[in-house]
Ligand binder design. Structure first.
Ligand code: MN
Length: 128
């Protein structure tokens, strides 16, 4: 069974690119476009891992992460924050909100796949 990534990203271009690359790497991808959708998508889709942009409409990625992590049914799902390269404060805030790790934007797909495998273990059936 394919492993499921919840991608939370409000930028359509980033969404398209990251979705394409993850699907190509064998992941199933579900999308949320803002923080509220992200919180609602978790019980609905039960993702294996969450990629959380921090700057989002409605509620931001920090608050969405806090809400997801405060529910004991979902607190074990790893959350990887997507933070702006220049914003060091974002990373601290992401970790304080309960994110397990962060990836700086623009996203390097090799780094992204490595981080996902670090939190999930290698993809079953993958050669590497
Ligand atoms: Mn954003």
């Amino acid at each position: 069974m394919k492993r499921k990534v919840l991608l939370v990203e409000d930028n359509p271009q980033n969404r398209y690119l990251i979705t394409f690359l993850l699907q190509k790497s064998g992941y199933e991808v579900v999308i949320a476009e803002d923080g509220e959708e992200a919180v609602e998508a978790v019980p609905q889709h039960r993702p294996d891992v969450i990629l959380m942009d921090v700057q989002l409409p409605k509620i931001d990625g920090y608050e969405a992460t806090r809400r997801i992590k405060s529910d004991e049914r979902f607190s074990a799902i790893p959350v990887l924050a997507l933070t702006a390269h220049s914003m060091k404060g974002d990373r601290t805030k992401a970790l304080e909100a309960g994110c397990d790790d962060y990836i700086t934007k623009p996203v390097d797909i090799d780094v992204l796949l490595r981080r996902i495998e670090e939190v999930l273990g290698p993809q079953p059936g993958s050669a590497s």
